[in-house]
Design a binder for this molecule. Structure first.
Ligand code: ZN
Ligand code: ZN
Length: 362
């Protein structure tokens, strides 16, 4: 079941944007609006009516999954072309498309399929119209995200016993992924990051055949996909006894992360949350090593709007689900990142990834 509210919102947004219809080609957007999980689909939103186009491989699946949209099976052409031709036949003269999704090449292909008189005027570039609706999660989505995050937390607790000197990063990633699938996850939200020793200083250190060292940090950043929704969390543990500088960096990152969580609340701008985490690291003299933004939205995709960066003026709304993930990376030495996924509320936020952030020494 797809809540009817999503269809109402999208048709109102299309109207506000001044188009007669909207072409949706991003699969997560299509899924959000009509429940279809296949990999090839286009959707036309016209007034309160949704029509989805997919190919013959998905005829049965579309029947089972699609809710609130008519389905057209396309045999001999790209689904987006078929969708545009259908819209033209229905009398649509101006159709929105997502300029953040459709490539220049794809747009040329779509224009070529239009009658000559419509080629210049038919398409209206819109950016992230459906992505904007997806930022605020409805109750069904909030519950799914709680479940996905809770599964991520359970897996982290279970995998800790495998984090031993000599084990490879691959082995730890594999164990996480195997357990995730065993527990019903459809897959991982992104390539699992397990980065030990000096590799912990790589902000995006995908697991390799490197062995977990006897002493030093291990950063683990991973997520599962459960019922279509992604989880995302990072914890950093330490092998053996820590040196003072390692402990101090960890404490600073933790304080920064907690400051970000404390700042998260409906009405606050994304930039203010970034500032909350960053200013703690400025105080600690570590800000130059915090080389990415504070966080991002999570939902059907692991990285979606909004972005929590320094210059973002967008205000958070209740129902947004975002990550707060400051890190400090000292090249060639070590790195620490701590990441929670939180649900923004009117009073503050609910931490969905409740696993302890206290120092863990293995
Ligand atoms: Zn992450
Ligand atoms: Zn993240």
């Amino acid at each position: 079941m797809v809540p009817a509210g999503r269809r109402r919102k999208v048709s109102a947004a299309v109207k506000r944007a001044g188009a007669e219809a909207l072409l949706v080609t991003q699969v997560a957007d299509v899924r959000y609006l009509c429940g279809f999980t296949g990999s090839n689909a286009a959707l036309i939103v016209r007034g309160s009516r949704l029509t989805m186009f997919t190919d013959g491989r998905y005829a049965t699946q579309a029947k089972m999954e699609v809710d609130g949209a008519d389905v057209v099976i396309v045999i001999d052409k790209p689904v987006a072309v078929a969708a545009c031709e259908w819209a033209v036949a229905e009398g649509v003269k101006r159709c929105g498309f997502d300029a953040g999704v459709t490539t220049v090449g794809a747009l040329e292909g779509l224009k070529a399929a239009l009658p000559a008189k419509l080629r210049r005027s038919f398409f209206v570039a819109m950016r992230g119209l459906v992505a904007g609706l997806r930022e605020v999660k409805d109750e069904i989505e909030q519950e799914r995200m709680r479940e996905a995050a809770a599964l991520g937390c359970r897996l982290f607790d279970q995998v800790l016993e495998l984090v031993v000197p000599g084990a490879t990063e691959f082995e730890i990633a594999l164990a996480l992924e195997y357990m995730a699938r065993s527990e019903g996850a459809e897959g991982m939200s992104f390539e699992t990051i397990v980065a030990g020793g000096a590799r912990s200083a790589l902000p995006h250190g995908r697991a390799t055949s490197a062995k977990i060292p006897r002493r030093g940090f291990v950063v683990m950043d991973f997520g599962v996909v459960l019922h279509g929704y992604c989880s995302d969390m990072t914890r950093t543990v330490h092998m053996g006894a820590a040196r003072k500088d390692e402990f101090e960096v960890y404490e600073a990152v933790l304080a920064a992360q907690e400051a970000g969580v404390a700042a998260a609340k409906a009405g606050v701008t994304a930039g203010e949350i970034d500032n909350a985490t960053r200013s703690v690291l400025v105080q600690a003299g570590l800000a130059e090593w915090f080389t990415h933004s504070t966080g991002h939205g999570v939902g059907l995709e692991v990285h979606e709007a909004p972005r929590l960066g320094k210059t973002q003026t967008q205000r958070l709304k209740a129902g947004m689900v975002v990550t707060i993930e400051p890190g400090v990376y000292l090249p060639g030495k070590f790195g620490v990142r701590i990441e929670d996924t939180v649900l923004v509320t009117g009073e503050g936020c609910e931490i969905l990834t409740g696993t302890t952030k206290a120092w863990i020494e293995l």
